[in-house]
Design a protein around this ligand. Sequence first.
Ligand SMILES: Nc1ncnc2c1ncn2[C@@H]1O[C@H](COP(=O)(O)OP(=O)(O)OP(=O)(O)O)[C@@H](O)[C@H]1O
Length: 317
Amino acid sequence: MMARVITLENVTRRYGSFTAVDRVSFTAKPGLVTGFLGPNGAGKSTSMRIMVGLTSADEGRALIGGHAYADIPNPSRHVGVLLDASAQHAGRTGREILRLSADTMGVGKERVEAMLALVGLDGVEAKRRVRNYSLGMRQRLGIANALLGDPSVLVLDEPVNGLDPAGIHWMRGLLRSFAAGGGTVLLSSHLLHEVEMIADEMVLIGRGRIVAQGSKAELLQTKGTYVKPLETGALAQALAAAGIAALPSGDGAFRAEADPVDVGRAAAAAGVVLVELRPAEGAGLEEMFLQLTADDAREPLQTSAPQAPTATPGAPR
Ligand SMILES: Nc1ncnc2c1ncn2[C@@H]1O[C@H](COP(=O)(O)OP(=O)(O)OP(=O)(O)O)[C@@H](O)[C@H]1O
């Protein structure tokens, strides 16, 4: 039985002068659901395509169970892949698509029926052409296809896209039980709360770079300070002068990377009046993510923006 860890080591992919994936390293371990989170265009799909050998890396390598995907014999029996749920053959029915896959993998017809039932596409849906499926139904079919070969690893690009809340809940149960059975799950999303609901571990990517990784608990916990001044600019200066990193937290407030005492001292030293000062609540991940998203919405020429945090709490190295 092959070990089931997904490992990326310094994976880099360029398109011309643009670096879509920049020295990305992380692991996704058996028994856990790992969420690969980042705004649109962050490099999630490119990284996942590299993992399953559909795109080549310019540098670094991606291994599954210690092997490059391309070197795994009959890979669908080990690694279930869902990359683009809309790419399935529109003119065929759900059942036909799975039967074709099953033939390629050497899997029996019973498994097709079992997977259709598992994803709730048995009955009339199995006989409908995929062009008439909703996005949620395509995702379910894509999951059925990924599970068809009874793999021990799942690589799923935006599997929750298009699912309604009940669908997300269902997906969560499915992926959690897969992981509980010792499987490895890596799923990408650009929606923080969806990943938060499903994943145990999170890897945050922005502009091709990993900006944070760790367990959900580690990433959600913040050790910083929420501080709201009377005058935003004055506090920003006071914190900068004291060498305390801070991110805007909306409404003129900041989340500062220091204890409340030190933030209070820095403000007092500069004569800045505070209207609120308290330990930050578990919004660190959310702020990091908003920051990433905001960075991407920004004009590339603007350089005075605060940098996205590069902390990697709980990172293995
Ligand atoms: N074949 C390609 N040629 C040129 N640029 C590409 C190619 N594939 C991806 N890119 C660029 O690489 C960057 C990362 O794209 P990627 O699809 O990996 O992001 P993503 O995180 O999956 O985003 P989304 O959430 O929108 O799917 C984007 O800027 C994209 O335009």
